[in-house]
Design a protein around this ligand. Structure first.
Ligand code: NAP
Length: 231
């Protein structure tokens, strides 16, 4: 009987620890990145709420079913309302309108995977957000904690990091240490390797890494994955 009580206590403690680490994550956008990371976040024990322009459409509902683990889909603002963490998996062009429409974001973590790029003549690519998309987003939501992450790899390796044939580093830039630690835990949970590269102003460098990564394939050179080896 005593043994059973100890086991029950252990189980309850583990459940409490588990729930303390479980976040509600609003995945805004159900395209390439949202549909890659949403299911992984849910499988890692988080509550995923997709924020979509068309939450009732069959494609979005299919993603909800695929994600499982109690995932749901609703409007962008409703998803953000109860979220601890928001993954802003949307194109750069509508990003400000989308962030403005999400409602109060104070204290929430915003993960920014956006590559804001302009494609010019002769396959030229330039960065389209100055000084960086992440810093502009922080300006639109000053009391949120923006963390730049997940912009330096293709969605295929978000879905299956092992397909890359080796570790992939995810550089994290942000001003809030706790927010970066929580995003680092998410990165690890999906099978990628987080590396804190400093404050949000370092997003300028991380976005340039994204530009290099995209240009490499777009301009026909050898493709690679970023693996930064800590020393
Ligand atoms: N694809 C990659 O491999 C990859 C890798 C790293 C970073 N990124 C970056 O991550 C962000 C998302 O990329 P993605 O590949 O997921 O893009 P995507 O496939 O084009 O999907 C973006 C999603 O954003 C939502 N959205 C909301 N308002 C929109 C609007 N006005 N126009 C278009 N979509 C709108 C849509 O979801 P709803 O229809 O549900 O609203 C759409 O499916 C981009 O900024 C991209 O640069 C992409």
């Amino acid at each position: 009987m005593k043994m059973h009580l100890i086991n029950l206590t252990t189980v309850l403690t583990l459940l409490l620890i588990g729930s303390a680490n479980a976040d509600t994550i609003a995945v805004i956008g159900t395209g390439g990145v949202g549909s890659a990371l949403g299911p992984k976040f849910a499988a890692a024990g988080h509550t995923v709420v997709y924020g979509s322009r068309s939450p009732d459409e069959s494609e979005v509902q299919g993603l909800v079913s695929l994600t499982g683990h109690g995932a749901t889909a609703t409007t962008q603002a409703a998803a953000a309302k109860n979220a601890d963490i928001i993954l802003l998996a949307v194109p750069w062009a509508p990003a400000k309108t989308i962030v403005d429409g999400l409602g109060p974001l104070d204290g929430k973590i915003i993960i920014d995977p956006i590559n804001a790029m302009a494609f010019g003549a002769e396959k030229s690519i330039s960065l389209a957000a100055t000084p960086s998309a992440a810093e502009l987003i922080q300006g639109w939501a000053p009391k949120a904690h923006v963390v730049k992450a997940f912009n330096t790899l293709t969605r295929a390796y978000m879905v299956d990091p092992s397909a890359a044939g080796g570790p992939i580093t995810i550089p994290l830039a942000g001003n809030d240490t706790d927010a970066k630690a929580r995003v680092a835990a998410l990165v690890e949970a999906v099978g990628l390797v987080p590396l804190d590269v400093g404050s949000l102003s370092q997003a300028r460098a991380v976005e340039a890494m994204g530009q290099l990564y995209v240009a490499q394939g777009y301009q026909g050179r050898t493709r690679f994955e970023f693996h930064l080896r800590p020393r």
